[in-house]
Design a protein around this ligand. Structure first.
Ligand SMILES: C[S@@+](CC[C@H](N)C(=O)[O-])C[C@H]1O[C@@H](n2cnc3c(N)ncnc32)[C@H](O)[C@@H]1O
Length: 273
């Protein structure tokens, strides 16, 4: 299932795009000169952006496996990013092929690659949408076809909310999704923070992102925790992403120091509980 609603002309190569810069950090090839220039400048000032991006992607993999292992069968993955294997549905289907995944991103480059890499296995769909407009996402026909919102859903906002500034009310946006979902649903979040880096290592990259199509707002542990309002954080809570259910031994302190992202999963409690 795909709603194209875009054309190749919409691929803007005049400004860096966060989706394509992230693809570059991950070693992908779906990026343009303008993205590589901005990303290289950031890597020069703040080389930790590369291990942070990789650690985030690994968090996504472990989080989706956790969801599927814990019985989640419906996922809405907003801010999908340029397909990077294993993608959400591939991870979930390795546990249970009946997991349904609706992918949403606001960048046409993601739509361009969705057919080949996100769709075609059944049980998945993609459409262009903006998380700042929850009604248009929840009311989209692809959601209607794939997701039964009367049953628990996992809402994934992995490395996307830091592209939503305070004036767009990220907590209010999450609440709008939360209030449309039943108890037992989950929220998967990862979010950039400056809790572990200071000075130009933080300021310069923020300036570079300001010139891209979406600026970045880094948030503290307390601010990201507040975004889980109404959800109960599952163990181990909101932690730097490598610390969230690591596959092997806990990462070394010098590796951890390099990762400026928090991640966690919350479970939606009964209303008035
Ligand atoms: C850093 S990538 C994260 C990709 C993937 N979720 C991951 O963690 O590996 C952020 C993605 O969020 C998308 N994005 C940014 N703002 C968005 C918005 N308001 N609505 C939907 N997608 C958005 C970008 O286009 C980009 O693809």
């Amino acid at each position: 299932m795909t709603d194209r609603g875009f054309s190749a002309e919409e691929i803007d190569t005049s400004r860096p795009h966060p989706a394509r810069m992230y693809d570059y950090y991950l070693g992908g090839r779906d990026n343009y000169e303008v993205d590589r220039e901005a990303a290289d400048r950031i890597i020069e000032i703040a080389p930790d952006v590369v291990p942070s991006a990789r650690a985030n992607r690994e968090f996504l993999r472990r989080a989706v496996r956790w969801l599927a292992d814990n019985g989640v069968r419906q996922i809405i993955d907003i801010g999908t990013g340029i397909p990077t294997s294993p993608n959400t549905h591939e991870i979930a289907h390795a546990v249970s092929p009946d997991v349904r995944v609706a992918y949403i991103d606001n960048d046409p480059i993601v739509a361009r690659h969705a057919d080949a890499r996100l769709l075609g296995t059944g049980n998945t769909g993609f459409f262009l949408g903006d998380m700042r407009d929850p009604d248009s996402i929840l009311g989209h026909p692809t959601i209607g076809e794939l997701i039964d919102v009367r049953r628990p859903v996992a809402l994934m906002l992995v490395s996307v909310l830091h592209f939503v500034p305070d004036e767009d009310d990220p907590a209010g946006l999450i609440a709008a999704f939360r209030d449309a979902l039943p108890a037992g649903s989950h929220l998967v979040l990862s979010h950039g923070t400056s809790d572990f880096h200071t000075g130009e290592v933080v300021d310069e990259p923020l300036q570079i992102y300001k010139k891209s199509t979406a600026s970045v707002t880094l948030r503290s542990h307390a601010e990201v925790t507040a975004l889980f309002d109404g959800f109960e954080l599952v163990e181990p809570g909101l932690v730097q992403v490598p610390l969230w259910h690591p596959d092997g031994p806990a990462p070394a302190p010098e590796e951890l120091r390099r990762v400026g992202l928090y991640g966690g999963i919350g479970r939606l409690m009964e209303r008035n509980a």
